[in-house]
Design a binder for this molecule. Structure first.
Ligand SMILES: Nc1ncnc2c1ncn2[C@@H]1O[C@H](COP(=O)(O)OP(=O)(O)OP(=O)(O)O)[C@@H](O)[C@H]1O
Ligand SMILES: [Mg+2]
Length: 348
């Protein structure tokens, strides 16, 4: 057999292996907003994957497309003006079945089943996903009833059990309370209980602890990790906090202006960052235990507008290492070491 004949088989075996370890795969995802004053390219070619039962940390400055990327996965992009214009969002199920979420009708039963039962999302501000008019217990039991065939009584018991699981004291009483009667930390726990009530295989947490004080923040993160172990869920953790990423994540995706510019195991990101933007992010926050802990160097300049047409690398004008080619051509995002990818000419 010639090499040419063997090659495709090897590629497909590799793809299968990937699907076994990978639960979610975004390929060339583009989500744009079509406004009167122009097109906002909020997500402009994102490639990233999430490992089964693993935690992916997603970081990057404000406006770089973190929320829009994962709201696209949930198909929660308001349309119009927003639309997924290109790419694939592949959900690899345990049974070997793969669905491309971009191909589903937003009103379809299939998408409704995926949302909540397979992929759940929690948001920075719990009040946006909790209904102020209904007791919290009922919100959980309704969601359970939507996805599982249980009796009302059993769903109610499940709600109470979930409140218990997220360490809410006296769940029997809390179940009848309204969101405004709970503290911020408790509301966040209710939201986690709601998200996990249908045992999703992926939990997307968009800045889940930003509004909370440090102690409660630590408790919520512990809780997420504990629940991940119990429920075998994968977590996508979107955060500005690199300290949180270092504690929680297995892999990290660094986003800049609608693209992932670096992706690697967490250790690599902190100890062997390849993209000058990642290095900039690391240098602009104190990271405990690092030698030069106190030498903070903010990244100069600002993120360009996602409406601008940019020639070359989008980071070039802020990059201390920019070379001639960086102004001319945008670098491809590719693997430079096993499992470590970056979009940067320095490594080509
Ligand atoms: N509904 C919308 N209409 C128009 N533009 C939008 C809309 N939603 C988001 N955008 C734009 O898309 C870009 C990416 O936004 P996104 O919310 O994903 O950023 P982010 O990385 O989550 O930022 P942050 O860290 O502040 O949460 C921004 O430029 C934002 O202004
Ligand atoms: Mg956001």
């Amino acid at each position: 057999m010639t090499l040419e004949q063997r090659a495709p088989a090897r590629v497909s075996a590799e793809a299968n292996r990937n699907a076994e370890d990978t639960i979610l795969e975004l390929k060339g995802l583009k989500t744009y907003f079509f406004l009167e004053r122009g097109i906002v390219k909020a997500v402009d070619g994102v490639d990233v994957s999430v490992g089964r039962r693993k935690t992916l940390g997603v970081v990057g400055e404000s406006g770089c497309g973190k929320s829009v990327t994962f709201r696209s996965v949930m198909r929660l992009i308001q349309s119009p003006p927003g639309r997924i214009v290109e790419g694939e969002i592949l959900l690899h199920r345990k049974d070997g079945d793969t669905v491309d979420i971009t191909q589903l009708d937003p009103r379809s039963r299939q998408l409704r089943d995926i949302r909540g039962a397979e992929i759940a999302m929690i948001f920075q501000e719990p009040m946006t996903s909790l209904n102020p008019l209904h007791p919290v217990g009922r919100q959980i039991s309704e969601s359970v009833l939507l996805h599982q065939s249980l009796s009302r009584q059993a769903a109610q018991e499940r709600a109470e059990e979930m409140l218990n699981r997220v360490h809410i004291a006296d769940p029997g009483r809390r179940i009848g309370e309204y969101p405004h009667q709970l503290s911020g930390g408790m509301r966040q726990r209710v939201m986690i209980a709601l998200a996990l009530s249908c045992n999703p295989s992926i939990l997307i947490a968009d800045e889940p602890t930003t509004a909370l004080d440090v102690t409660v923040q630590a408790q919520i993160l512990d809780l997420m990790r504990e629940l991940q172990d119990d429920f075998d869920s994968a977590i996508v953790l979107i955060t500005h906090n690199l300290g949180v990423v270092s504690q929680m994540a297995d892999h990290v995706a660094v986003m800049y202006l609608g693209r992932v510019v670096e992706y690697a195991p967490v250790y690599e990101i902190f100890h062997n960052p390849k993209h000058p933007y990642t290095i900039g992010l690391l240098n602009s926050v104190p990271v405990l235990g690092r030698k030069d802990e106190n030498r903070l160097v903010p990244i100069t300049g600002m993120v360009p507008s996602p409406m601008e047409e940019i020639q070359g690398c989008a980071f070039a004008d802020r990059c201390p290492e920019a070379m001639e080619i960086c102004w001319e051509q945008s670098p491809d995002f590719k693997e430079h070491e096993p499992g470590h990818s970056a979009a940067c000419w320095l490594h080509d």
